[in-house]
Ligand binder design. Structure first.
Ligand SMILES: [Zn+2]
Length: 192
């Protein structure tokens, strides 16, 4: 077990909770280790507020085997995280949240525009993936396909997923997406 990686995940989970980017026990975070053989991912049904070291599970990415001290199982979106690592050799961390403003856009018919001041503008809108059931193989496939060309996508009627060369980059991107959504929502209200 790599305690340094686990500590980063624990710290990030608490940060995401403190920033109101998570609702209930939804959301998951992973880091690919330097060997590229193991992914550390939050356990299914964990509360980010009180997440501890034992809530992070080391998963062998070749056969998805894992060892868990407390009968915990890896996140239901493990296949999605795995798909991203298989398709993006530059990505070492994946973060999935249900932050309220960005998720509201995912549930609405409005597209989320990229805005100046929130990092590099790569297109007019944040890419969106059609709805597939959370935890399903279809969601894993379609979302990881979309993330081949994007560092962030909205999951229709679900939430947000971002990737980065490290966990800080992926987390900051989640904050950007939420910031964009909040600003765009307020702008829309002011223009009513
Ligand atoms: Zn989710």
């Amino acid at each position: 077990m790599d305690n340094n990686i686990i500590e980063k995940i624990v710290r990030t989970a608490h940060h995401i909770y403190d920033k109101d980017m998570i609702l209930g026990k939804a959301g998951n975070i992973s880091i690919l280790d330097d060997s590229g053989e193991y992914m550390y991912i939050t356990a299914s049904g964990t509360d980010f507020k009180s997440l501890v070291h034992d809530d992070v599970i080391k998963v062998n990415i070749n056969d998805l085997s894992y060892v868990s001290s407390k009968d915990k199982v890896p996140s239901m979106e493990t296949n999605l995280h795995l798909g991203v690592y298989q398709k993006r050799s530059d990505v070492k961390s994946v973060v999935h949240v249900h932050s309220p403003y960005a998720t509201a856009f995912a549930f609405s018919n409005k597209k989320l525009r990229q805005l100046e001041g929130f990092g590099e503008i790569t297109g007019e809108y944040i890419a969106e993936v059609d709805y597939y059931a959370p935890g399903s193989k279809k969601l894993a496939k379609h979302a990881s396909d979309a993330l081949k060309n994007e560092d962030s996508v909205l999951l229709k009627d679900h939430g947000v997923i971002t990737v980065g060369k490290d966990i800080d980059e992926a987390t900051l991107l989640c904050e950007y997406i939420e910031g964009i959504a909040k600003t765009q929502y307020i702008t829309h209200m002011l223009n009513l």
